[in-house]
Design a protein around this ligand. Structure first.
Ligand code: NAP
Length: 449
């Protein structure tokens, strides 16, 4: 086999990076190195898609096949900024694609937001997904919880809280997480939207699944439907409204959990530390369609508030970043530095377009970026002075983890699952992940930051 002409680095092994790798390596002359700061590939497929959403997880299995291609390498435990610089990456590859997603969450900016019991849904999702950086979450004493926001993340966390824990036993959640959910005594879960049901961003399948969770009685504040004109709605929102209407009209005998949707309310304060009350203000739209408070307030008793109001990407060291939009500025995937195209640099996924869209949205997004990469490579050719980045890392005693290391982690997760009659159980402790990486090498891995 002739040497591939082009080497492309992808930073981030989540769905957008993997779709990009798939498209690139459909061309025999391209070789791809996928870097990730974790020793585990798949990003949000592994640590964001809800563990009980096994059909979406199947997308991960399909995408995983990209690593069967010998032209694709996984290089784990390499962090841009800590282990390699932007300049080193650019010197080592003919093109670099940033695919790091959005790792921070938006904040409510209301008093009490930092009190104990107020958390981001991102942290909560990371915990139940077994992310090694996640803080353990205690549900001790939590009977009433609220999710702020009416998107799919709010739906995910509300469902995990409302679901009978035994129904989660089939998932790959770590045992400590399942044990905490089994201990929890949730009776009431609120989902709070600052606009109406017709404005909610959740997808109908996800909403329907939440509303049909066994043992859960659904209510919607009645005035939420007042201004809804079904004929003026698109298919998705009309279906969402129908699901909510139907669910709130359905009697559930002896419910285990009451799920309250509250629309046209915005949080104004979290009271108590730990939190015991969530103060809400009624809202309306002003003449310009902006959400404004009406001054009427009310409060609900809660011990847990999860803000699920959206994610935010963070600046990569040395890489152009638009702080206002929270994205790497780009033109169809070509990175822009001060408005001009930065040669050989590209972006894909949430850090390109913002934290919107489902996993599949990344496919067309990656296609667009890869088209630009291939066009530019054909014009620029390979970098004449390409530096061996892995050699540079090795000289500093830094050996990235490999796909074989990941296979070892996977096998250990399958073993752990088998001992609990489950297909797989996530390994969430850094030290265990590191031991498994270590087991495959004499030299020793890169320690996590
Ligand atoms: P999202 O869909 O953008 O929803 C954010 C919600 O927060 C909106 O209801 C928004 O209301 C509200 N919000 C924003 N700022 C607020 C504030 N200051 N106070 C009160 N409410 C506020 O975001 P997401 O739920 O984080 O999801 C991110 C993306 O991941 C979405 O594209 C989602 O579909 C996807 N996702 C998909 C799945 C799945 O397919 N199963 C699962 C999880 C996530 P406004 O509309 O009024 O701004």
């Amino acid at each position: 086999m002739p040497e591939p002409r082009y080497r492309v680095a992808i930073v981030g092994a989540g769905p957008s990076g993997l779709f990009a790798a798939q498209f690139l390596t459909a061309h025999d002359d391209v070789e791809v190195d996928i870097f990730d700061r974790l020793p585990t590939p798949y990003g949000l497929l592994r640590y964001g898609v809800a563990p009980d959403h096994t059909s979406i997880k199947a997308v991960a299995n399909a995408l995983a096949r990209v690593f069967d291609n010998p032209a694709v390498r996984f290089l784990g435990m390499v962090s841009l900024g800590r282990d390699v610089t932007r300049d080193q990456l650019l010197a080592g590859y003919d093109a670099v694609i940033y695919a790091v997603g959005a790792s921070e969450d938006l904040r409510l900016r209301v008093p009490g937001e930092d009190a104990m019991g107020s958390r981001s849904a991102r942290e909560f999702v990371a915990w139940y997904s077994g992310h090694p950086d996640a803080e353990p979450q205690s549900l001790d004493g939590v009977t009433h919880a609220a999710a702020i926001g009416v998107g799919n993340v709010a739906v995910d966390v509300a469902r995990i809280l409302a679901k009978e824990p035994l129904a989660l036993d089939v998932t790959d959640m770590p045992e400590d997480v399942l044990a905490e959910l089994r201990r929890a005594r949730l009776t009431d879960v609120w989902v709070v939207g600052r606009r109406g049901p017709q404005h909610a961003s959740f997808t109908t399948t996800e909403l329907r699944e939440l509303c049909r969770t066994p043992g859960v009685a659904v209510s919607v504040n009645p005035e939420a439907f007042d201004d809804v004109d079904d004929d003026a709605l698109d298919r998705r929102t009309r279906a969402n409204v129908a699901v909510l209407r139907e669910a709130s009209a359905t009697e559930v005998a002896d419910p285990r959990v009451r799920l309250h949707f509250v629309f046209w309310r915005r949080p104004i304060e979290l009271r108590g530390d730990p939190v015991r009350e969530l103060a809400l203000e009624r809202t309306a739209l002003d003449a310009d369609g902006r959400v404004v408070g009406t001054g009427e307030t009310e409060a609900i008793d809660v011990e847990l508030v999860l803000r699920a109001i959206g994610y935010r990407a963070v600046r990569l060291p040395g890489v152009p970043f638009d702080e206002t939009l929270g994205v790497i500025p780009s033109e169809r995937g070509r990175v822009l530095a001060d408005g001009t195209v930065a040669p050989r640099e590209y972006v894909v996924g949430w850090i390109k377009r913002g934290p919107i869209g489902v996993i599949g949205t990344n496919k067309s997004d990656a296609r667009e970026t890869v088209d630009q990469v291939l066009t530019d490579l054909a014009e620029l050719g390979p970098r004449p002075d390409r530096v061996d980045l892995l050699g540079t890392l090795a000289a500093r005693g830094r050996a990235p983890s490999t796909f074989d290391d990941w296979r070892r982690i996977e096998a250990a997760e399958a073993n752990r699952g088998a001992s609990h009659q489950r297909e797989r159980m996530k390994i969430e402790a850094w030290h265990e992940l590191l031991d498994l990486v270590q087991a495959g090498r004499p030299g020793g891995p890169i320690p996590p930051s």
